[in-house]
Design a binder for this molecule. Structure first.
Ligand code: SF4
Ligand code: SF4
Length: 355
């Protein structure tokens, strides 16, 4: 039976939760190379909650330092808008200081690995991901327009350096297939321990939403599927309806059935939690949502002209060139758009709405 710990915490008092996580999930770190992988989605301020909070990263780094590892490496491959700007992302988010000298640009040294040929024969993964003895994944409690939740499994999408993230979005071509891609990436190297930053979580139009929620928890788990099932339940979403959890279970990566999960702590559903506006698209069995998806004319990314600065990031990074700067602001070609929501995820002004 897999275990998920739910422990109270604040940014000023993380140590009891982190210590407890390492008690519940003991590992031998002596002489090992340890990769600590936060969610460093993009350059942003720490209090925007887009990345794992620096205080959580620092607390985990300081804990691992006491366990005599041979080496600690802290790194991630930020999303499209921060490609090639790993240092800037880590500096501005505060993650660089939190890494206490253990930061490494893991995007500079990729290695080619086999992938599911139904999508693509091979992908490049940061070498340290494949070579580390122990990986500690540090996701943040967030919603996601395409996968509903951005937790343990989705955090592993960052093991892909460079433009592969958007290329795989394009290859997937549909929300359900993208769920399957997330699992295919996750299983390239399943992390050994997951510690989730749920001190302040994100609801609404994640993973870069302005809607934040005080939750006051740190979660830890030895299994990503079990952790994501708990996150989904806390958000008021049935984990059994999420395609990526179904696929992960089919692939033997764990079970989302909470009856199979040993929960240490108290699982409370967060009242009136706001799921992403199109979260249902990733929920199989929801006929209304499936019909909406099939219509191809609803729930598309649209630009809020009051917020857009016409920076062009979304136009440059759309994997299928569905966005053009025809006039003053970007316009979406709805027939070309594959609903990957990369533009919404990466817009620095949060100017892409799903409507
Ligand atoms: S929608 Fe966002 S990313 Fe696109 S041009 Fe406007 S500000 Fe830039
Ligand atoms: S317009 Fe946005 S959602 Fe549509 S394919 Fe391009 S990046 Fe993805």
């Amino acid at each position: 039976m897999k275990t998920v710990m739910i422990h109270p915490a604040t940014h000023d008092s993380l140590r009891p939760a982190i210590d407890r996580a390492f008690e519940i999930f003991p590992m031998d770190f002596a002489g090992k190379t340890v990769l600590i992988k936060p969610n460093a989605l993009r350059t942003s301020a720490a209090d925007e909650a887009i990345v794992t909070h620096p205080s959580v990263v620092r607390a985990v780094v300081e804990k691992v330092e006491t366990l005599n590892p041979a080496a600690i490496i802290v790194g991630d491959n930020p999303g499209v808008v921060s490609y090639g700007a790993n240092e800037e992302c880590f500096e501005k988010t505060g993650l660089m200081a939190a890494a206490k000298g253990h930061y490494r640009n893991i995007g500079n040294d990729p290695v080619k690995v086999d992938f599911n040929p139904a999508f693509i024969p091979s992908v490049s993964v940061s070498r340290i991901v494949m070579e580390a003895d122990i990986i500690i994944s540090l996701p943040r409690f967030k919603t996601h327009g395409l996968t509903v939740i951005s937790g343990a499994l989705k955090n592993s999408y960052g093991i892909l350096p460079g433009a592969q993230k958007s290329i795989l979005h394009k290859i997937a071509g549909s929300p359900e297939r993208f769920h399957e891609v997330v699992v295919e990436v996750f299983k390239l190297r399943v992390p050994d321990l997951f510690i989730l930053d749920a001190v302040v979580g994100m609801e609404g139009n994640g993973p870069a939403s302005p809607d934040l929620r005080e939750i006051g928890l740190i979660l830890a788990a030895d299994n990503g599927v079990a952790m994501d099932a708990v996150i989904a339940a806390m958000m008021g979403c049935d984990p059994a309806c999420l395609r990526f959890l179904q696929k992960a279970k089919e692939d033997g990566l764990g079970d989302y059935d909470l009856k199979t999960v040993n929960i240490i702590g108290k699982l409370d559903v967060i009242p009136d939690f706001k799921l992403p506006p199109v979260s249902g698209e990733a929920i199989t069995g929801n006929i209304a949502i499936q019909e909406m998806l099939a219509s191809k004319n609803q729930f598309r990314p649209r630009v809020d002209q009051n917020l857009c600065t016409a920076c062009g990031t979304c136009v440059a990074q759309c994997p299928v060139s569905a966005l053009t700067m025809a006039g003053e602001f970007p316009e979406v070609d709805h027939d070309t758009c594959i609903i990957c929501f990369c533009c919404q995820e990466l817009c620095p002004e949060k100017a892409i709405r799903l409507s």
